[in-house]
Design a binder for this molecule. Structure first.
Ligand SMILES: Cc1ncc(COP(=O)(O)O)c(C=O)c1O
Length: 357
């Protein structure tokens, strides 16, 4: 076992789950949630901070700032705590209370924007706040995961080689698309080193990344309301869009076998299963990437009331939540958290696109 002095130095990167016994198809899942930040975002967080250090952009006294309501914010909070930087994470009301508390417990300052920008929604409001901070004091450094090459570079350096080494016979890789850092890092690596491997992007229905119509999305991680600046579609072979109900069903199917994984894992697993079925490709060697674990989703995907409220009674049964209707007749305690609000800003505008360049 490794002995470490800094939390970001431990990251289990060689764990794969063989899902053949759980699903009706051959699929290996690369597990990325076993580290102190709890997600794949540890890699881009570390890469972006260490590049900025090497380039002399940050040093003692710097204040890191980023807009994130989730995994990247937690990872940067952890790294900033370890390296002695101040970190300001700009969030909006969609950040769940446990994630906010996690960042604050790690010493981060959390700035909550409460009003959406009239044109660009909450993402626009968060980016406005980041820019105001940077304009107010030169010690603020915005890492900007949307455009920072360290985002995709981390996956080119670590994620893709880890998969390639483990699966010399790999045929197809399924990667979820949020900022597209993971997707672009893996796609570039495989294009350069093993161009025979097919790269399939998996996105949430309602995301505009691949030209779809914007719609409300509830599950964080995947999908964008503006086209991701890092996305180069020429590097990918195919795209699968997944409805959120299918994400929920896939998560519960995995949990029923003891694998409690995050929402975007359900999306990617469902997307991979449909693609493999549609292409009659059951004999291919296929890998999908699981970005985080299931615990942060106990109040949403794994909460029968939440599933019922957002997807209806039929969804409970189809997600395998038998017994949940009985539980619903028990007295329900007052909610501890604000009601979940959609993750996406509905429209991506040119104005917002300018922020992300
Ligand atoms: C749970 C989860 N899944 C998937 C992603 C998407 O990764 P990327 O931004 O590299 O596209 C994220 C990004 O924050 C995430 O938090």
């Amino acid at each position: 076992m490794p002995i470490i002095k800094d939390p970001h130095l431990f990251n289990e990167q060689s764990l794969f789950v063989d899902l053949e016994g759980v699903l009706d198809c051959r699929l290996y899942l690369k597990i990325e949630g076993f580290n102190f930040a709890g997600s794949i975002k540890l890699k881009p967080a570390r890469e972006m901070v260490e590049r900025a250090e090497r380039e002399g952009l940050i040093g003692p006294g710097s204040i890191l700032v980023e807009s994130s309501s989730g995994n990247l914010g937690v990872a940067l909070s952890m790294i900033a705590a370890s390296k002695g930087y101040r970190f300001v994470c700009v969030i909006d009301p969609r950040c769940n209370p446990a994630t906010r508390q996690l960042m604050e417990s790690l010493g981060a300052q959390v700035d909550l924007v409460t009003e959406p920008d009239p044109v660009d929604g909450f993402l626009g409001a968060r980016l406005n706040h980041v820019q105001d901070l940077c304009a107010s004091d030169e010690r603020y450094i915005w890492l900007n995961q949307y455009t920072n090459p360290g985002n995709w570079g981390a996956h080119y350096r670590w994620t893709a080689p880890g998969i390639s080494n483990q699966f010399p016979e790999l045929d197809v890789l399924f990667v979820g698309a949020g900022t597209t850092g993971t997707l672009m890092g893996c796609a570039r690596y495989f294009r350069e080193h093993r161009p025979d491997v097919r790269i399939v992007a998996v996105d949430a229905a309602g995301s505009v990344s691949f030209g779809g119509q914007p719609a409300v999305r509830l599950i964080p991680g995947l999908g964008m309301s503006v086209r991701p600046p890092q996305l180069d579609e020429s590097l990918i072979d195919d795209v699968v869009m997944v409805e959120e109900l299918d994400t929920v069903r896939a998560c519960h199917r995995l949990a029923a076998a003891g694998f409690m994984l995050g929402g975007s894992t359900g999306t990617v697993v469902h997307g991979a299963m449909s693609w493999l079925t549609d292409h009659g490709a059951q004999d291919l060697t296929a890998v999908a990437i699981s970005p985080d674990m299931g615990r942060p989703y106990l109040d949403t995907i794994y909460n029968p009331d939440w599933v019922h409220d957002h997807f209806g009674a039929a969804a409970l049964a189809s997600a395998g939540l038998t017994g949940a209707p009985d539980r619903r007749s028990d007295p329900v305690p007052e909610p501890q958290h604000p009601a979940p609000v959609p993750v996406a800003d509905y429209v991506g505008t040119a104005a917002l696109g300018n922020f992300l360049k």
